[in-house]
Write a new protein. Structure first.
Length: 72
């Protein structure tokens, strides 16, 4: 596994998040994922990626069941 302060490449992040490199580039360009630009290369810190994941977590909870009418 990666150390928390390790710098990751686009490929690393794509594998970690299980998405395409193109999607990672798009999120970075849109400012939707924490990224640093070092000269002409994108670099990501794992601790910031994990914090971003937690901040963007969506929990929908259990579905509510319809109450059934009691038979008389």
């Amino acid at each position: 596994m990666y150390k928390m302060d390790k710098l990751l490449t686009v490929k690393d992040v794509a594998e970690y998040l299980q998405m395409s490199k193109e999607k990672v580039y798009k999120l970075a360009q849109q400012g939707k994922i924490p990224v640093s630009r070092i000269e002409n290369q994108w670099r990501f810190r794992l601790d910031r990626i994990n914090a971003w994941l937690e901040a963007n977590e969506v929990y929908k909870g259990p579905k509510h069941f319809k109450k059934t009418k009691k038979k008389k």
